[in-house]
Write a protein that binds this ligand. Sequence first.
Ligand code: FAD
Length: 543
Amino acid sequence: MTRSTSPASSASSEEFDYIIVGAGSAGCVLANRLSASGAHTVLLLEAGPRDTNPWIHVPLGYGLLFRNKTVNWMYQTEPEPGLEGRSVFQPRGKVLGGSSSINGLLYVRGQREDYDRWRQLGNTGWGFDDVLPYFKRAEDQSRGADAYHGAGGPLPVSDWRHPDPLSEAFVEAAAEIGIPTNPDFNGATQEGAGFYQTTSRHGRRASTAVAYLNPARRRPNLRIETAALAQRIVFAEGRAAGVLSSRGGVTRYARARREVLVASGAFNSPKLLQLSGVGPAELLRQHGIDVVHDAPGVGQDLQDHMQVRMVMRCAQTITLNDIINHPLRRVLAGLQYVALRKGPLTIAAGTAGAFFKTDPRLASPDIQIHFIPFSTTKMGDRLHRFPGFTASVCQLRPESRGSVRIRSADPAAPPEIRINYLASETDRTANVEGLKILRTILRAPALQPYVADEVEPGDALTSDADLLAFCRKVGSTIYHPTSTCRMGPDPRAVVDTQLKVRGLDGLRVVDGSVMPSLVSGNTNAPIIMIAEKASEMVLQDAR
Ligand SMILES: Cc1cc2nc3c(=O)[nH]c(=O)nc-3n(C[C@H](O)[C@H](O)[C@H](O)COP(=O)(O)OP(=O)(O)OC[C@H]3O[C@@H](n4cnc5c(N)ncnc54)[C@H](O)[C@@H]3O)c2cc1C
């Protein structure tokens, strides 16, 4: 059966200047900026619910949202050949704020070199000096404005306010092995060890729904529809004419006077394009979808950060495991949070961290460490009964590439995701060398009062082969899929430097899927930057 591209069965049809599909990190920024002047009407479609789950707003609550299907797409990869054929769990936000409502809150931009590389690849206007103003425009930095930071923007960025001897000892231990202390991973240089800043204010999460959407919510020219799953984009004569969506079993069609902006994230944006007839022709035909535009790159070039966690048994009962597993200490932590918005419940996905090179010949760090004063067998599981802490290795610029492909023409079906972790020799070596350096930090004098023993990988695993086998056994995602609708000048690139989908009119992709290559850090801040820059481009075109 070949499906028509006309919205034949739609009951009602309304018209907006802009239709944004997905209210995640990028979509909420777009909704705010495009509706700000009042001159344009904007429809924001979000498949998930409003962000009323109270755990969304408590930083440590992310552990409880990890496997909560009311706010999470809970995707799984196909069996990963490099990880012993395991399928890797891929959480993604399905709620206002998207993944910024369920993420680990860390505010990290990546390296100057990432963006300069984007520019070198032919993406004019995306070098570091070009994008820095958009990072600053977004930011409300609690330390105040300077050459690298903005103050007064919508997105609060603040220091963690909970003194933690373990995290402090980690930074000291790194210094002991020659990794300098860095007070600002987003300043002049990323290299070094220090404390993470988070997207939060007064101990509450600042998702983009909180930071960008809430202030815009009452604008009469902005319509926000939750529980509305976009099924496909409808095209007329090569132009994105509107979006078909379903809500409560009713299919509706909304027309876009100016543009459709796809902001559904690195898995769902290529999926929506493919469902709409924009993607590899052979895949679309296989599922009976009319080919609107044969775009072989849609869903290709998927990249993700893998993490390999080292778990340590702590010699003192000062870890979060000890607080959460103790009824009285748990209640006290809850009271401390309710009364003061401080304490263990403000812990994000990392307290301290480090960026270092596994090879001195590299121009910039290729490894990021997330240090956290608790431990679990798997992320999202209950905390270990014993006192424990975790430090994970994340290779910053993996060479392995994967794909996202629809499984069927059914918009409700999850896509087929292959990441191909550890497919490249560079990736395997970097992970093994990263583990060795991390182990050296964890064995440095400053941490010795706190280390009882190494639970994972364990002292018995020492050779490179042992450590690689360990990576294959436990490696999982650190939740940064990108580049599935990559920007670039080459024929396989899906969008141009204006983020317009090549070969079609009235259609842009604005989210993590447009990154030409994965940045060397966490992805929320860079995606917010992308949406800030995109909103300016869209508004310029409307003049
Ligand atoms: C558990 C976890 C921890 C993380 N920790 C950090 C961290 O500490 N720091 C950091 O910087 N980054 C972190 N990240 C990554 C970061 O949050 C994401 O990269 C970023 O939020 C992605 O932004 P996006 O706009 O591309 O997509 P998303 O924020 O995922 O937004 C996409 C939105 O589109 C909606 N949508 C999808 N399909 C449709 C459809 N068909 N119709 C309607 N709506 C649709 C989704 O429901 C979602 O709301 C983490 C991510 C996760 C999942």
